[in-house]
Ligand binder design. Structure first.
Ligand SMILES: [Ca+2]
Ligand SMILES: [Ca+2]
Ligand SMILES: [Ca+2]
Length: 382
């Protein structure tokens, strides 16, 4: 009472095609528009059932199903030698179970129509450990089974590999079809590296194991290739202007870390670089190593300024970062203008000394012009 191979193929193909679709209100299939946003996705099976067992040998099959929300798998109709614990169907058949077969229903549901349903039967072969079986070549025929499971995910520029293993007697022959261009087969190993630009789902890849004993074992899968994740970068930012007087308490600059994996710690070196503003005259020279702690995506660097009462032009200097511990720097220099806040000097005239009136002729009297404070500008007066 074996299930005909063609039936299994059709069921697998149906459940697979439902994976990439969701149902709209009318019940019609509609393509998933955006895999990045949460959508309701009807359940589908990621694993083909293990359809053979051997007398006295533990059978164990753990189905996997995907969907949104995560589906629940149930199993019904299985024979008495098997038990289902909600995750794994397992048991060891005895001689009495050989050749007996029942149709088992495997169902995945998550509230999104339709449930994924897969019917299969398990062919129980007589023990191959000598004893039991009469005549023939001594090796009983056992239908093929694919015991490996393909990894459904890959990433651009990262090698992918799948080693196919199959059991059965005689040893089955494996055939593979519909491989993407970047994946090739050597022996029973599929390997290759998805190139940039290959992100997305591959077509359905089909693996068959055949040894002349029905049914043929089939595994169908597709590989979702993720794009290359962006590399980490750091960028510096800060105020474009500070006021000479009010900035004396310090100004904050920030190094922001982008695209780093969660929990990353990173360091970067920094230093002040003089422009028209000089170190320790307009700002206090500063340098060191700043650390971005795990769980943070930035670190703050403080620079302090010096106030004076001289009337002067606005002046500039730079804060520079270099030597990032990870990634690269996209903006390494931040230029700051220090705005002067002092009023121009006041001029006053002071008579220098007394001049006696000369007995005859005339004499020049001299006066000083005084400034109330120093100025960086040249001052002239009419
Ligand atoms: Ca100044
Ligand atoms: Ca000032
Ligand atoms: Ca000043």
């Amino acid at each position: 009472m074996l299930l005909k191979p063609i039936t299994i193929f059709v069921l697998l193909a149906l459940t697979f095609s439902s994976m990439a679709c969701q149902e709209d209100d009318s019940g019609a299939k509609a393509p998933v528009k955006d895999r990045g946003t949460p959508v309701l996705v009807a359940p589908s099976f990621d694993t083909a059932p293990l359809t053979y067992a051997e007398e006295g040998v533990l059978y164990s099959f753990t189905p996997r199903a995907s969907g949104q929300p995560t589906p629940t798998i149930s199993m019904s109709g299985f024979p008495a030698w098997l038990s289902w614990n909600g995750a794994t169907l397992s048991g060891t058949p005895s001689a009495a179970d050989v050749s007996a077969s029942t149709l088992i229903e495997m169902r995945a549901s998550n509230g999104v129509e339709n449930d994924a349903v897969l019917n299969f039967s398990i062919a129980v072969a007589a023990s191959s450990m000598g004893g039991g079986g009469g005549g023939g070549s001594g090796q009983p025929d056992i239908a093929p089974a694919i015991t490996s499971t393909a990894n459904w995910s890959a990433q651009e520029n990262v090698p992918y590999q799948y080693v196919i293993t199959a059991t059965g007697s005689p040893a089955p022959t494996i055939t593979v079809s519909n491989l993407p261009a970047w994946l090739s087969r050597t022996g029973d190993t599929l390997s290759g590296t998805p190139p940039p630009g290959s992100a997305g789902w591959t077509g359905t890849i089909r693996v068959e194991a055949e040894n002349g004993v029905d049914p043929v074992a089939v595994e169908q899968f597709a590989i979702k290739v993720d794009p290359i994740p962006p590399a980490p970068t750091m960028a510096l930012s800060g105020p474009a202007f500070v006021n000479e007087g009010t900035a004396a308490g310090g100004a904050a600059f920030r190094v922001t870390l982008y695209n780093a994996p969660n929990g990353t710690s990173a360091t970067v070196d920094y230093y002040t670089r003089a422009g028209s503003a000089g170190p320790n005259a307009e700002y206090y020279e500063s340098s060191g190593t700043a650390t971005i702690l795990p769980g943070k995506d930035f670190v703050t660097i403080g620079v302090f300024f010096k106030d004076d009462d001289a009337d002067e032009q606005d002046k500039t200097f730079d804060l520079v970062i270099e030597n990032p511990s990870i990634g690269s720097i996209t903006l390494d220099t931040w230029s700051v203008t220090i705005r002067d806040d002092d009023a121009p000097s006041e001029l006053s005239v002071a008579r220098k000394d007394w001049q006696k009136e000369p007995a005859s002729g005339s004499v020049n009297a001299s006066f000083d012009v005084e400034m109330d404070k120093s100025s960086y500008y040249q001052v002239s007066v009419d």
